[in-house]
Design a binder for this molecule. Structure first.
Ligand code: ACO
Length: 492
């Protein structure tokens, strides 16, 4: 019988995002948007996307294999595997079951957990499921594993620059460097049609962009209010922004993160003006009497909030923005990629610090929760997690693709979505070593993957995951993009 677990949280993390990306400045020009709209207006630098050989399953196979290998975790040590994703590939078969191929090889099929879906929130639901399992009486002493995986793509139009793609894996257990402060969790869940995917024949969501921004901010206010109330009840003193060292937000695009932190600052001002500095009190005073609804519509308030909170934003939020600005909205992985950015930027000074997290999924579901960070022994030290994630190299080694090729790829994916009986180009020349890629979807919609060699970019034919090998001849597809065929810039 395992001892009652203490300090349950995230022991280890790894992140994978596709090497193919498009610069927002180039996309802006290509789309005929006014200069600065995507870069300054939305606050985004670059956007990752899956080429025709990658999808949410290949990305999660890659990140799970990488995490287990780099932290030397025996697959038999995993007792629960939870996946968060909103990228629907199959309406019945979970992504988790694809990942079971990794564990079956070592004889471990005794792994609970399936997929959780509600827009960008599924990863948080998966994380809570795993942490709750470790803290429960049914815990058997093994690790939990959480995977957040999504490819965020939008139809042509204003939402398209807010896409992205990534997969994150997190190992869950006791005595972790990233510990849940479970008592302070606060949620807000309600019914809204802000972003949803009713058309099962398309990967693209239906989006009411403006409503989604307001829903996000309303959910943030509600969660923050409840979080503060729970904190005060348990700690006997009020909570304000000064009680947390960092704030990490679900990040569809950076401007919304700036607005969100401004909104928290405004909440502090309304609760107790002495929580904000004197200059900010003067800036925010004219908005104190606005009703809730009026406050969400006031552009002047939005600007005043951001201006008043700017200096604190630079300290408490800016270090969390690197990957979301570079990779884009990763849906379920977005919040955790922002957290990974914080680890990357500040790992040597994080011990003892509190980090508040805000998770939002349209439809809508939202939770604010917090971590307390502490130093742990290798391999679960914060510095080793940062070394394993190796964010700088992953960003530097990406391939910048012209917008035309990005659009062309999305067109191909539109035709492929829900399709059967095709083989991909199997061109994995752009993929890093140890990356899984899609090779074929057969006449029964079964998906097959292979893996690039762990040392070079050459495919390993003997490494195919359950390829049926039924003597099928590859169907030559004249897609005109076997090689991107254009200047491929390494992103610096
Ligand atoms: N230079 C600088 N800034 C500019 C320029 C320019 N040339 N042109 C516009 N801007 C600014 C605007 O003023 C605006 O900034 P503000 O919000 O501070 O006022 C910003 O750029 C965006 O411009 P809008 O005209 O508001 O953009 P649009 O309505 O075309 O699209 C939106 C933005 C709604 C976010 C869209 O991309 C979208 O629908 N995205 C998907 C939905 C989404 O991500 N929602 C977030 C929560 S839900 C989720 O995570 C999926």
């Amino acid at each position: 019988m395992a001892a009652h677990p203490k300090n349950v949280g995230i022991l280890a993390m790894d992140i994978y995002f596709p090497p193919t990306c498009v610069q927002q400045e180039a996309l802006e020009a290509h789309d005929g948007a006014s200069k600065g709209k995507y870069t300054i207006g939305l606050g985004q630098d670059c956007m990752a996307f899956c080429s025709e050989v990658e999808d949410v399953i290949s990305m999660s196979l890659t990140v799970v294999t990488s995490l287990l290998g780099k932290f030397k975790i025996d697959p038999k040590q995993i007792g629960r595997l939870e996946v968060g994703s909103e990228t629907v590939i199959d309406k019945s078969k979970s992504i988790k079951t694809f990942l079971m191929q990794i564990f079956e090889e070592s004889g471990n099929t005794d792994i609970e957990g399936v997929d959780s879906t509600n827009a960008c929130y599924g990863g948080t639901a998966a994380l809570f499921n795993c942490a709750n399992w470790v803290e429960s009486t049914s815990w058997d002493g093994r690790y939990g594993l959480v995977v957040c995986t999504d490819s965020a793509v939008y139809a042509e139009g204003p939402a398209r620059p807010t896409g992205g793609a990534a997969a994150i894996a997190m190992l869950i257990g006791p005595d972790a460097p990233i510990v849940f402060e479970s008592k302070f969790r606060a949620s807000h869940m309600s019914h809204a049609y802000d972003f949803y995917k009713p058309n099962l024949a398309s990967e693209y969501p239906v989006v009411d962009g403006k409503l989604s921004q307001t829903c996000y901010l309303m959910a943030l206010d509600s969660c923050y209010k409840r979080f503060c109330e729970k904190f005060e009840k348990l700690e006997g003193r009020p909570f304000s922004i000064s009680d947390s060292d960092y704030f990490v937000f679900h990040s569809p695009y950076n401007k919304l993160v700036q607005k969100s932190f401004g909104r928290l600052y405004f909440n502090d001002f309304l609760r107790n003006p002495s929580f904000v500095d004197e200059v900010a009190r003067g800036t925010l005073a004219p908005f104190a009497s606005l009703s809730g609804d009026e406050s969400y519509q006031s552009r002047d308030l939005e600007k005043a909030n951001q201006q008043a909170a700017k200096q604190i934003y630079n300290v408490k939020v800016q270090p969390t923005t690197l990957i979301p600005k570079q990779v884009g909205n990763m849906y379920t992985a977005s919040l955790y990629a922002a957290f990974a950015s914080l680890l990357h930027n500040k790992h040597s000074s994080l011990a003892g610090k509190r980090v508040v997290m805000f998770s939002y999924g349209s439809g809508l579901t939202a939770t604010m929760f917090s971590f307390r960070l502490q130093e742990c022994q290798h391999p679960f030290s914060l510095s080793n997690i940062v070394a394993v994630m190796n964010v700088s190299d992953k960003l530097k080694q990406r391939i910048e693709v012209p917008p035309e090729k990005f659009v062309q790829t999305l067109k191909i994916m539109e035709h492929r979505y829900g399709a059967k009986d095709f083989v991909t180009s199997k061109d994995c020349s752009l993929l890093p070593p140890g990356t899984y890629y899609l090779t074929e979807v057969d006449s029964m919609y079964r998906r097959f993957y292979a893996k690039t060699s762990d040392h070079t970019n050459t495919p390993k034919p003997d490494n195919n995951l359950h390829a049926n090998g039924g003597g099928k001849l590859p169907v030559l597809e004249i897609l005109g993009f076997l090689f991107y065929g254009l200047r491929l810039n390494h992103v610096t």
